[in-house]
Design a protein around this ligand. Structure first.
Ligand code: UGA
Length: 444
């Protein structure tokens, strides 16, 4: 991570407003404050603002609260008052673009934010859209802001939950979408904001609005396709007796393919891939085109849980009254986020079959959220050993490598039945088999 203060050579210390204090907005305001800018985090949710002003983050991310506490009340302030925008040189819009019932991205928060900032924009202010927005949205926002003497810039975000702070400071690229007649003041402002990255030779892509908007959707969808592709190969591995771990290792060493995002398992969840894949398919449809590969990624992904669950049912026969130990509840490691979590889907399926579910996650906030979401229907445990007590099956649902380092000898002594379904291919199969477990992974 970046340590110390940025030296903005000959540049001015800008005041920046960030609308939205969710994953994208909060990381942006906290990150920019660490880089030395004066930031206002703005949100309409008074409770969130109160929490943030007290130095507490509403979401859990490694290093987030530490930086928040350091800058809070100094060069980082949180408010519900849009009036502070009058002082700001740049306004980042980082509000949600959730999925509508028809699969398109719902832009009501984007347009509301644009209307909200409009009365306060100072001359030559730059309005930066960081939220994931379909092609054409920057143009629509620019129409809303007509007459404001400001410029609109597309600047999609690429950070991942679970490593958001590190991703902010070590991003692979900065994408900036300008319109042809964007004033040089706006271009200068953006280069000023991102000068730290420019100096550390991060790659910049300077392009038009439409391309910038599409870079974000194409990147997320490509990664989703990569995951679904590997999961499809894993199905064949299961049938023909190949090991997907070795297959992907052999594929990943080819630099043209790359070794990342080749983990077979229960597929992708979270607040981005499922929604962005659907929204991109819809953008094809709106343009009278068909997105065959991208739509298939979603289809393959949706089928993974059913297939995994059927395999568990085959083994357990009737899960009613059986004790299920679920390792991992969040949609991915190191986050408290349960949105579109495969683990939660599994829990719901198991509860429907009247199984007793105990679950564990390394992030306390994830367990707290599970408790809020599922109430007293499940048992929340503080350790894997407690979760495994009298279990009839252990299911690994979140990709934590730490699960492999747990004391499997001690776990073996606590369970009713030595049976593991590893939905993330995390465990060293030979190790757990040595302790007498029957092991089922994905494509192994
Ligand atoms: C994703 C992108 O990776 C970010 O670049 C992007 O900025 C973000 O969406 C966004 O649009 O805001 P995120 O959803 O936080 O980030 O998390 P990922 O690490 O991408 O994981 C997504 C899902 O894919 C998880 O459920 C994970 O378990 C799954 N996954 C990932 C696999 O099943 N296999 C893999 O090999 C990798």
């Amino acid at each position: 991570m970046f340590e110390g203060k940025i030296k903005i050579k000959g540049a001015f210390r800008m005041k920046i407003a960030v609308i939205g204090t969710g994953y994208v907005g909060l990381i942006q305001s906290v990150g920019l404050s660490k880089l030395g800018f004066d930031c206002f985090g703005i949100d309409i949710d008074e409770n969130k603002i109160k929490m943030l002003n007290a130095g507490k983050s509403p979401i859990w991310e490694d290093k987030l609260e530490e930086i928040l506490k350091k800058h809070n009340g100094k060069n980082l302030k949180f408010t519900t008052n849009f009036g502070v925008i009058e002082e700001c040189d740049a306004v980042f819009i980082c509000v949600g673009t959730p999925q509508s019932s028809d699969g398109t991205a719902d832009l009501k928060y984007i347009f509301a934010a644009a209307e909200g900032v409009k009365p306060y924009l100072k001359k030559n202010a730059v309005v930066v859209i960081k939220s994931t927005v379909p092609v054409g949205t920057n143009r629509k926002v620019s129409k809303i802001l007509e007459g404001c003497n400001c410029d609109v810039v597309s600047n999609p975000e690429f950070l991942k939950e679970g490593s958001a702070i590190d991703d902010f400071f070590n991003t692979d690229r900065v994408v900036l979408g300008f319109e042809d007649n964007t004033k040089h003041e706006a271009r200068d402002s953006m280069m000023n904001i991102y000068s730290y990255f420019y100096e550390k030779k991060t790659k910049f892509v300077i392009t038009d609005w439409e391309s910038a908007e599409l870079i974000k959707y194409a990147s997320n969808s490509f990664l989703a396709v990569k995951i679904s592709f590997v999961n499809e190969i894993a199905r064949l591995c299961d049938t023909v007796g190949a090991d997907i771990k070795d297959v992907t290792k052999g594929m990943g060493y080819d630099r043209r393919i790359g070794e990342h995002f080749l983990n077979a398992g229960l597929g992708y969840g979270g607040s981005c891939f499922p929604k962005d894949v659907n929204a991109l398919v819809k953008q094809f449809e709106e343009n009278k085109l068909e997105a065959k590969i991208i739509a298939s990624a979603d289809e393959v992904n949706l089928g993974l849980i059913d297939n995994f669950f059927d395999r568990i049912l085959k083994k357990l026969k009737n899960p009613e009254g059986k004790n299920i130990a679920l390792f991992g509840v969040a949609f991915k490691p190191n986050t408290d986020d349960l949105r579109e979590s495969r683990a939660v889907e599994l829990i719901n399926k198991l509860l429907k079959k009247k199984a007793n579910v105990s679950c564990f996650d390394y992030v306390d906030g994830a367990l707290k959220n599970a408790e809020e979401l599922l109430g007293n229907k499940i048992k929340i445990c503080k350790t894997v050993k407690e979760t495994a007590k009298e279990a009839d099956v252990i299911i690994i649902a979140t990709e934590y490598s730490q699960f492999n380092d747990e004391d499997w000898g001690a776990i073996a002594e606590r369970v009713n039945t030595k049976l593991i379904f590893d939905g993330r291919n995390i465990l060293d199969k030979n190790k757990v088999v040595k302790y007498g477990f029957e092991y089922f992974g994905i494509g192994r």
